[in-house]
Write a protein that binds this ligand. Structure first.
Ligand code: NAP
Length: 284
């Protein structure tokens, strides 16, 4: 029950009506028996500075941040966690006694799925398709987890190279056009292959990034971070050739669980969050 003592949480974005976070976070709140409440708040880009000041003034315990505010919120915060600085985007804000600190939990969400499958990226070769915001969190996660080599392939080789350069000092990160022979070799040598583009996301379910599954070792784990549909054309192609696969549902729930822990100090019940997520998706 919401009372005068209930601590407030939110997700901000524009638009934000379709966010799955209120269902996921309120399910986790109920399961943990903590006195919090979570709402969705649409905030237009020009209103972001006033909104951030407002959340502070209203003593919200924290909030999630989604498109289009993940980068533009950074200069408005009092402090930013190291991982969020490297990733260059904030998706979670914690109000620590009146100081707003930004975090990015996408990397934790992405990497958590490996443990769930009793696997680890440590010492493995990974190939990532796409060079946007999610790819940046994924390259951070994989290099931090001790991947041997990460190769980024994108339609725009310059963007892939710019992303690789962010991490080149700390790990073996290479970048190519995804049409290049070097990227085809990286795909063949990969233990982990990740789609970090929106290709295949509903309603464009007949799209997929270019991978010739017949030429890839079927021991490679194939991960698509898209969660609508649950099985993209990319994952269907991989499964047909015998690959083990992971979709984006786990990453979505686990990034939310990491945010929940930052706000409440408690572990979220991930299975409850996944169930709420699936129920919201199937009612659409
Ligand atoms: P983003 O920053 O816009 O980056 C998208 C990347 O895909 C860029 O490299 C972009 O290339 C490429 N791309 C887009 N459309 C393309 C096309 N038609 N052909 C070839 N390449 C294309 O997006 P993002 O934030 O990284 O998100 C990517 C996907 O991940 C989305 O589907 C998003 O829903 C999903 N996601 C899932 C989770 C989760 O929790 N499961 C979390 C974050 C994101 P250009 O730079 O050349 O445009």
């Amino acid at each position: 029950m919401v009372t005068g003592k209930t601590k407030n949480l939110a997700v901000i974005g524009f638009p934000v009506e379709h966010s799955l976070s209120p269902a996921m976070q309120n399910a986790a709140i109920t399961a943990a028996g903590v006195d919090y409440s979570y709402i969705a708040v649409p905030i237009a880009p020009q209103d972001l500075p006033a909104a951030v000041a407002g959340f502070k003034a209203m003593r919200f315990a924290g909030f999630n941040v989604t498109i289009p505010h993940k980068q533009t919120i950074m200069p408005l915060l009092d402090d930013i966690d190291e991982a969020a600085k490297i990733i260059g985007a904030v998706n979670t804000v914690v109000n620590d006694g009146g100081k707003l600190k930004g975090y990015n939990t996408d990397a934790l969400g992405f990497i958590g799925a490996f443990a769930q499958k009793n696997k680890s990226p440590h010492g493995k070769n990974a190939a990532i398709l796409g060079a946007g915001g999610a790819a940046r969190a994924i390259v951070h996660a994989l290099t931090k987890a001790g991947a041997n080599r990460v190769t980024i392939g994108a339609r725009n080789a310059n963007k892939a190279e710019a992303l690789a350069n962010v991490f080149a000092a700390r790990a073996d990160v290479q970048a190519f056009s995804w049409d290049a022979a070097e990227f085809s070799s990286a795909l063949r040598e990969a233990d982990i292959i990740v789609n970090a583009t929106p290709l295949g996301m509903a309603p464009n379910t007949d799209e997929a990034p270019p991978v010739d599954w017949e030429r890839i070792d079927n021991a490679a784990l194939v991960y698509d971070i898209i969660y609508t549909p649950a099985k993209t054309k990319f994952l269907a192609g991989a499964e047909k050739c015998g690959h083990e696969t992971i979709n984006g549902e786990y990453m979505l729930a686990a990034q939310g669980a990491a945010a929940f822990k930052l706000w409440t100090g408690k572990e979220a019940d991930l299975s409850v969050m996944q169930k709420a997520l699936r129920a919201s998706l199937s009612s659409r």
